[in-house]
Design a protein around this ligand. Structure first.
Ligand SMILES: Cc1cn([C@H]2C[C@H](O)[C@@H](COP(=O)(O)OP(=O)(O)OP(=O)(O)O)O2)c(=O)[nH]c1=O
Length: 219
């Protein structure tokens, strides 16, 4: 990230539209200063929606919800960028979000045990110039999970607030010998890709398109 970009981002008001402690921690560790404002969006899957479209749509909805609430603040001259993200697991063709209860968490973990699945995180940066979105995909290989260890893991409560009912950054790391792609993407925020999206969103602020509602998908 070049100095000019960093200075421009720091002169921009950055808001993280998330209640995820992991996302806040990752963005802080990346050296960005920002405020946090969670937003609730319906996480229902649309008919025939792919996992990639699902997470990028939800990321944009989260960011847009906070942007609409905050955009009056932009009148203070600080250009506002709101960052949203959404993570899901795609295992054997099934999209897994956060489990609703222990039973669903157990079923999810049994489903990923001994298999390789994908973790997808959609990221969206919304400004007055529109939305810049992207989806990052990582491949995660899981060893066979011993049933007793699975119950011990469920007892920790860790599975309940995580897509696919596991956190690679915690107890479940013992079952994950290999991932291909970005580790931070699995945790919930692909930092390098996020910096790229923020740079593109910030650049668009200088030359906004004609349609502020426009969404630009970054390949
Ligand atoms: C796969 C995986 C997911 N997760 C977490 C990241 C996300 O917080 C969560 C996926 O749920 P999300 O709905 O993406 O995010 P969230 O509800 O936690 O927060 P918000 O919507 O307010 O941004 O799963 C891990 O922490 N570790 C992992 O290994």
């Amino acid at each position: 990230m070049n100095l000019a970009f960093r200075l421009r981002i720091e002169s921009t008001m950055l808001v993280l539209a998330s209640a995820s402690p992991r996302r806040k921690e990752l963005l802080t560790q990346a050296g960005l200063t920002f405020t946090v404002e969670a937003s609730e969006v319906l996480e229902d899957l649309l008919p025939k929606e792919t996992a990639a479209d699902y997470v990028s749509r939800l990321a944009e909805e989260k960011a847009r919800a906070v942007f609409e609430r905050r955009k009056s603040a932009e009148d203070d001259g600080d250009p506002l960028i709101v960052l949203g993200a959404d993570t899901c697991v795609l295992s054997e063709g099934e999209i897994l979000g956060k489990p609703r209860n222990r039973e669903e968490a157990r079923r999810m973990l049994q489903g990923i045990s001994g298999r390789t699945h994908q973790v997808l995180t959609g990221i969206a940066a919304v400004t007055r110039a529109g939305a810049t979105v992207a989806t990052e995909i990582s491949q995660v290989t899981v060893d066979l999970i011993d049933p007793d260890e699975l119950e011990t893991y469920l007892d920790t409560g860790e599975p309940l607030d995580k897509a696919g009912a596991y956190g690679i950054q915690g107890y479940a790391a013992r079952w994950i010998p290999r991932i291909e792609g970005c580790y931070f993407n699995v945790v919930g925020l692909p930092i390098a890709r996020t910096m790229d999206i923020l740079a593109k969103a910030n650049a668009k602020l200088a030359t906004p398109p004609h349609d502020p509602a426009a969404t630009v998908v970054v390949p």
